[in-house]
Design a protein around this ligand. Structure first.
Ligand SMILES: [Zn+2]
Length: 235
């Protein structure tokens, strides 16, 4: 799949490039063919990322679309977490208020409900990104895109994403890269990229960073695959 990305990045170079369709031929594709194939890639964040990473000249003109795509990805999940947290807090409050309501005796069931809702609130808190996530979105997205742009294949699995299974039968997800196929950047480097210190990164920012990186990589890969299929049809 790397070759269709390289093809895109070479678009501003020679007007005709060779593209191996995997069918034995290496037809010449013009820049018009490549631009036409790109037009078949569905609009959205995946395509914006594909262009940002591999065709920066075009991406510079599409910065607003990239921003909208990132917001469209992150904001719904951020809202979902906020609602879940707020609901958990309400339920914990209700459970506490219900204990001995109106001077009645506190029952075991009520105590149990307080413990259950307290635990649920803790879980919701742990699963909630920092309050200022949306304010930091531009910085986070920039750092994630830079990591995607500079990523090297994972040293352990060589980018294959799997490793031999421990029992010697078949394969399992590569531990080192968590199945991404890329060498992850260290927490220290990610912290520096978002202007946080190491402990703030690992305590607060890592979950949202890793989530964004995973989603954005998958979207870009989907767009690259679509682009590859459109090129094969054009060839
Ligand atoms: Zn790996």
């Amino acid at each position: 799949m790397g070759n269709v990305r390289e093809l895109l990045s070479s678009r501003m170079g020679p007007t005709t490039v060779k593209f191996d369709t995997g069918r034995g031929g290496t037809p010449d594709l013009t820049t018009q063919d490549i631009a036409a194939a790109l037009a078949y890639v569905q609009d959205g964040l995946g395509r914006e990322l594909l262009e940002t990473l591999w065709w920066p000249e075009s991406a510079a003109r599409r910065r607003d679309y990239l921003r909208q795509g990132v917001i469209g990805l992150v904001a719904p999940e951020f809202n979902r977490q906020q609602v879940a947290l707020s609901t958990a807090r309400t339920e914990f409050g209700i459970a506490k208020a219900s204990m001995g309501w109106g001077g009645g005796a506190v029952t075991d069931a009520q105590r149990k409900e307080v413990r259950r809702t307290e635990l649920a609130l803790e879980l919701a808190r742990a699963g909630t990104w920092p309050n200022n996530t949306m304010e930091q979105l531009g910085v986070l997205a920039g750092a994630v895109i830079d990591e995607m742009a500079m990523a090297c294949p994972c040293k352990k699995c060589d980018g294959v994403r799997t490793q031999p299974a421990e029992d010697g039968l078949g394969v399992m997800r590569c531990d080192d890269c968590a199945g991404s196929g890329f060498e992850p950047l260290s927490g220290r480097k990610r912290a520096a990229a978002i202007g946080a210190d190491c402990s703030a990164y690992s305590r607060f920012w890592q979950p949202v960073y890793v989530w964004m990186l995973g989603r954005m990589r998958a979207l870009e890969e989907g767009a690259a695959a679509e682009f590859g299929r459109a090129l094969t049809r054009a060839a």
